[in-house]
Design a protein around this ligand. Structure first.
Ligand SMILES: O=C(CO)[C@H](O)[C@H](O)COP(=O)(O)O
Length: 211
């Protein structure tokens, strides 16, 4: 099981400062969608240049032109790129084909997918690397989490790794780990803490003990 740090509400400099503090405790650093909207793929490029040994995920949430956008993110230095599960199969297949060419990986974000079991099976058959259940900020504000969706995809997904994101904090991590995802994604649960290093270290300890 691995731990991914999501950096959403920062600029490039802020992202670097947080990575400096917690890089030793996480397996993947995500450049979040708001950062990419504000700063472009330059954020991925600069992070990768500053930390060449860190695995970087570009949270593009691709919805169309999968091949082209994966090519651009891969060229910027991303190791993993996200595509939306609600997008067309051709978009996902195009993303997977380009990622194979580039030596990068595809994570499908299942945010707002209506039939989780059916779509997860279809997406698994398209050869993606990760399938991620996700309660986005708007879902979190409505009190939702993705534990039930994680159980659903764990039941039907045969090839891809499973991941979970959305509002995970230190006190909710144990019940997430009990559902045994391959990857746990945490943003505010680390970046919003007074002592980010301590939060990341404790999360890493729990994640490593769980698998
Ligand atoms: O993709 C995202 C929002 O769309 C976030 O990166 C993801 O939800 C993780 O952050 P947090 O733990 O703060 O919810």
């Amino acid at each position: 099981m691995e731990l991914q740090l999501a950096l959403d509400l920062v600029d490039i400099q802020g992202a670097k400062e947080i990575v400096n503090e917690v890089a030793a405790y996480v397996d993947v650093v995500e450049i979040g969608t708001p950062v990419i909207i504000n700063e472009g793929l330059r954020a991925v490029k600069e992070l990768k240049a500053a930390y060449p040994h860190v695995k970087v995920l570009a949270d593009l949430k691709i919805m169309d032109a999968g091949g082209y956008e994966v090519m651009k993110a891969s060229e910027a230095g991303a190791d993993i790129i996200t595509v939306l599960g609600v997008s067309d199969d051709t978009t996902i297949s195009g993303a997977v084909a380009e990622a194979r060419k580039q030596g990068t990986k595809i994570m499908v974000d299942m945010i707002n997918v209506p039939d989780m079991a059916k779509r997860a099976q279809e997406i698994d058959a398209l050869g993606v690397d990760y399938i991620c259940v996700h309660s986005g900020y708007d879902h979190q504000a409505a009190g939702k989490n993705s534990l039930e969706d994680l159980a659903t995809i764990k039941r039907v997904v045969k090839h891809a790794k499973t991941a979970i994101a959305g509002g995970i904090k230190l006190h909710t991590l144990p019940e997430v780990l009990a559902a045994r995802p391959d990857l746990v994604i945490v943003g505010g649960g680390i970046t919003g803490q007074e002592n980010r290093q301590a939060a990341a270290a404790e999360m890493q300890r729990l994640v490593q003990a769980a698998w």
